[in-house]
Write a protein that binds this ligand. Structure first.
Ligand code: HPA
Ligand code: MG
Length: 182
């Protein structure tokens, strides 16, 4: 996120409560459980933002052949949210070849980082590739990336909490809030 330090926060306005998030995660987990059964599968958390959604989601996945792994991505270029140069700053450690892969992200916005990750995992011959995101800002897409399991759709406002940050702050909040600037 660019220029985060320039903006003073006046207020955090509640958007999704912990109860709403927990209820939606139950629904998503049921969909995911129905989709994969016990087929070999890797759930991949996109750090840092995905950590809370991932940990709450995976505890309700019943796949007996589920493995967990983590990636962290960095993007370079001017205007960080829409920059197009993405690299791994941490790659998965598990071989995903022939396995179903479920990427678990906090928010999908322009789609650039997910396009990079989907491209990388496709080249490694994942058996299938799907994307779960707590929040899908689908109207802000700059590249063609589809969220298969979306917690919530939201296109307005800058949100924090439940893993989402504003200049590394607020990730620990149990709910999602909109940042209201001064
Ligand atoms: N909050 C945090 N990170 C983000 C957002 C947001 O609203 N949009 C894209 N990255
Ligand atoms: Mg993020």
């Amino acid at each position: 996120m660019s220029k985060a330090n320039d903006i003073k926060v006046k207020e955090l306005k509640p958007v999704f409560t912990p109860e709403q998030i927990a209820a939606r995660i139950q629904e998503l987990a049921a969909e995911i459980n129905a989709e994969y059964g016990d087929e070999p599968m890797v759930a991949v958390c996109v750090l840092k933002g995905g950590f809370m959604f991932f940990s709450d989601l995976v505890r309700f996945l019943h796949n007996k052949n589920l493995e967990l792994d983590f990636v962290r991505l960095s993007s370079y270029g001017k205007g960080s949210s829409s920059s197009k140069h993405v690299i791994f700053s941490k790659d998965v450690e598990i071989d995903i070849c022939g396995k179903h892969v479920l990427i678990v992200e906090d928010i999908v916005d322009s789609g650039h980082s997910m396009r990079f990750l989907l491209g990388q995992f496709a080249a490694r011959k994942a058996r299938s590739l799907r994307l779960a995101a707590l929040v899908d800002k689908d109207e802000r897409r700059e590249v063609d990336v589809k969220v298969d399991f979306a917690g919530f759709k939201l296109n307005q406002g800058f949100i924090v909490g439940y893993g989402l940050d504003y200049a590394e702050h607020y990730r620990m909040l149990p709910g999602v809030f909109e940042v209201i600037p001064e």
